[in-house]
Ligand binder design. Structure first.
Ligand SMILES: Nc1ncnc2c1ncn2[C@@H]1O[C@H](COP(=O)(O)OP(=O)(O)O)[C@@H](O)[C@H]1O
Ligand SMILES: Cc1ncsc1CCOP(=O)(O)O
Ligand SMILES: [Mg+2]
Length: 286
């Protein structure tokens, strides 16, 4: 099957999915951190989705079942929000987990593990986050990531995405989730297959909450797939489209993180078929 997946196939698939998001404007419920709310909502809107940042437990059981997909992000976790995250994750909608700074504290790690048990379709994190999560989730004997906490810095990664690839595969196999490790190359795996997404620019790391926005976009792309049989391809396409918007944002005259943020959102809004089909860079990783 993967042999047929040429660069042209990926470009067409990414365009189909982005077009479906624009046509259907899926309602994406985000229980996300306070830092990311603005950029994630704006990225979703620019891509054609409809964002809703709702976190009161009084609303979630009523609201989430009416949504098309869910994004749960533990970036500014508090005791009060965790039950809302769990309720949103349990509402029967396709959902994506962003384990921001998973290794920052025992509370955060336990929260991430409890959310993992609620079977997200996709987990998207940077390499340090995926290493930390895998290290705990897989138990010491199965993990090669004991170094993850020694260089831990918080929400930003201290590892390259390739450093987390083997742990990502093991985590995917043990949880049933597709695992996406972002970085210079975003690796997306179901535990057996791996695809690499090479779109993006390094400056994206200098804008806070780009990772959170990328995770939210994965949720939007998941929302428009009737049969989520190839979640890995959906996640890869969302990351490629987001990275491509970053590339075009940079080419549009961004001088640093603040102007890139603006240009990236504009680029996401303006992406056309020719650009997406010719510039998406996804390939099978051997
Ligand atoms: N060195 C890089 N080169 C190109 N794109 C990058 C690079 N680092 C991160 N990105 C892109 O930036 C976005 C956020 O990824 P990342 O910075 O890893 O997440 P987080 O913000 O959660 O730490 C992703 O779309 C990713 O592909
Ligand atoms: C800085 C920070 N602190 C808590 S959440 C957050 C944003 C993290 O965003 P991202 O994971 O996309 O870098
Ligand atoms: Mg992050």
């Amino acid at each position: 099957m993967d042999e047929e997946r040429t660069a042209a196939w990926w470009g067409r698939r990414a365009w189909e999915l982005l077009s479906a998001v624009r046509a259907r404007a899926p309602l994406v419920h985000c229980v996300t951190n306070l830092v990311s709310m603005d950029v994630a909502a704006n990225a979703l809107l620019a891509a054609g989705a409809s964002p809703a940042m709702v976190h009161s437990l009084r609303e979630v059981p009523e609201f989430t079942p009416r949504c098309d997909a869910v994004c749960v992000n533990v970036g500014t976790l508090s005791e009060g929000w965790l039950p809302s995250m769990r309720a949103a994750a349990s509402a029967g909608r396709p959902w994506v987990l962003d384990p921001v700074a998973a290794g920052a504290s025992e509370f955060r790690m336990e929260a991430c593990l409890s959310l993992l048990a609620l079977r997200p379709a996709v987990v998207r994190g940077n390499a340090s986050e995926i290493l930390a999560l895998a290290s705990r989730s897989l138990a010491a004997a199965a993990s090669s990531s004991s170094s993850s906490s020694s260089t831990f810095k918080g929400a930003d990664s201290t590892h390259d995405s390739g450093d987390a690839l083997q742990d990502a595969k093991a985590l995917a196999r043990s949880t049933g989730a597709v695992i996406a490790v972002s970085g210079a190359v975003d690796y997306v795996t179901d535990g057996e297959r791996v695809v690499g997404v090479s779109n993006g620019v390094a400056m994206m790391q200098k804008i806070t909450a780009t990772g959170c926005a990328a995770t939210a976009l994965i949720a939007a792309f998941l929302a428009v797939v009737e049969e989520p049989s190839d979640v890995m391809a959906v996640a890869a396409c969302a990351l490629a489209v987001f990275g491509l918007a970053g590339e075009i944002g940079m080419e549009s005259g961004a001088k640093g993180p603040a102007s890139l943020r603006m240009h990236l959102i504009d680029a996401l809004y303006c992406l056309d078929e020719q650009t997406v089909t010719s510039r998406v860079k996804i390939s099978l990783h051997s």
